[in-house]
Design a protein around this ligand. Sequence first.
Ligand code: VG1
Ligand code: CO
Length: 543
Amino acid sequence: MPMQTVRTHPIDGQKPGTSGLRKKTAIFMRPHFLENYVQATFDGIGGVAGKTLVIGGDGRYFNDRAIQVILRMAAANEAAHCIVGQGGILSTPAASNLIRTRGADGGLILSASHNPGGPDADFGLKYNGPNGGPATESVTDKIYERTQNIECYRICAAQDVNIADQGTYDLNSMSVEVIDPIAAYVTAMEKLFDFDKIKALFARGFTMRFDAMHAVTGPYAHAILEDILGAPKGTVINGTPSPDFGGGHPDPNPIWAKELMDIMYADNAPDFGAASDGDGDRNMIVGRHAYVTPSDSLALLVAKAHLAPGYKDGLAGVARSMPTSRAADRVAASLGIDCYETPTGWKFFGNLLDAGKATLCGEESAGTGSDHVREKDGLWAVLLWLNILADTGQSVAALMEELWQTHGRYYYSRLDYEDVDSDKANAMINALRDKLADLPGTTIKGLTVEMADEFAYDDPVDGSRSTNQGLRLIIDNDARAIFRLSGTGTAGSTIRVYLEQLETDPTKLDLPPQDALSDIRAAALEVSDLVAMTGRDAPDVIT
Ligand code: VG1
Ligand code: CO
C-alpha cells in the first residue's frame, strides 16, 4: 500500500489546553490541520513504531472521518496495532480502562467533551499515555513544540477500515482490532460495585432517570442500568448518541441538563437523577428536589466509598482541583487521610493515583473518579452513588443533610463569562494579579482579605512545578473567590469565577446558595473590577 510523506508547515493555534486540543470543527477539517496535530503528537511521544494504540471518540460530527485519518497515519508511522471502539465509539473512561487493561502504549480520544458538536460547533483530540491518563504537562509541551516546527507528516493511501463491524483488519502492516466499546467497561464496574445490592434496590421500586444528553454514555447506561441492573426501560433518557448531541450542549449541570432538573423537581420526581457529558467523564447528581453540587458529591463519596466492595478497605487519600470546594478536605481530615490540591484538569491527578497517594479525585466541574482508571468517570460516579443509596437506604437529601450537619456546608457557585474579548479578559486577570500582594489586610465590601496569591503546584511525585493556575483570595470567615481563564473554550476567552463560603451553624444549612454567597460575590466583582473591564454585567452561566 503506498505510503506518503506529505510536506507541511506549522499551523497556528495547535496549543493544547486543559484537556487536549479543542477547536471549531471547521478548523479541524481544514487541509492538513488534523494531520499536523496527529503527526506532532506521534513525534512528541517519541514515535509510534511497534506500539499499540487505543482509538475512539464520543461520536460527534467528524469522529468517524478523523478516525480513518488517524488509522492511516498510525499505519504509515509503523504502529503495530490499533484497538478501536466499534463505530468509532469509546467513552473517555472506557478508553482509559482499555489502555490499562490491554496494556496499550497510549491512546487517542476524539472529543470536545462538554462542548457542543456539529459542523458549526466543536471538535477535539487528546492523547493519553500508557497509564491511561491525559498526557502530562511535559508531554503536552513536547507535542506543542512539534506543532511549531513540523515539516511533514506520514499517511498511507488506503480504503477505509470497516470500523462499523467487530473484527480484526489489516492496514498496511498494522492490525486494526474493532471491539465492543462497552464489554470491558462493564467488567471493570462489576469488580468495584455490589451489582446484586443495586439490582435489589431497583427491584424494590427505586426510581431513577439518567440523562445521557444524546452523547456517548447512552449505550453504556442502557446496558448497565437497564439491561444488567434491571432498572425499567425509560430510566435512561436521551440515550441515543447523535453527532450534534440533539443540537444541545452536553454539559451536565442544572442549566444544560434542564430537562432532567425539571423531572427531578416535579411533584412525582424519581428518587435519583444523574446526567453525563459528551464523552462520558462527567456526572451530575440530583436527588428528589435535591441538587448536589459536584464538590459536595465528592465529599459524600469520600465519606461513604467504603460501602462499595472496590473501596471497602478505605481510601489512601483524596485529591481535588484547587477551585473545587474544600468540603472533601473536611471529610478527609475526619478520616485521617491526606487531601491534595491540584491545578484544574485531570492530568494533574495521574501521578497521585499512580503513586497510590490518592484513591478518589474530583473537580467542581462535575468530574469524579478513582484509581480504577486515569480519567474522571461519569457512570462510575453514578454507580458508586447507587451502591451507597442501596447500602444506606437513605435518600440523597438525607445523605446531604447528614454530611452538612457533620462537617458544615460549603455553599458554592461558579460564574462563567463566555466568549469575552481575549484582550479584555487577559487585562482583567493581569490587573488583579498585579494587586494581589497588596490585598491581604484590606477590606472589600466589608470583608477582610486574609490571603491572596496565584496558585502554583509542585507535584509531590515528580517534583514538576506548574504555575499560573488561577488567582485565589481567602476572605473573612473562610470564604474563597477564585479567578481563572478556561482552557477548553473555542471562541474568545471564558472567565471563570468560583465562589465558596463555609457555614457551620446548623440552623443555616438550607439557604438558597446564591443568597449565602451574595457578600463574597459582591466582593469578588469589586476586587476584580470585572464588569467595567469586560463590559459584562452578568455571567452567561451560573452553576
Ligand atoms: C474544564 C473544567 C475542568 C475540566 C476540563 C475538562 O476546564 O473546568 O475542571 O477538567 O474542563 O473536562 P476549563 O479549563 O475550561 O475550566 V472535560 O469533561 O471537558 O474533558
Ligand atoms: Co468530558
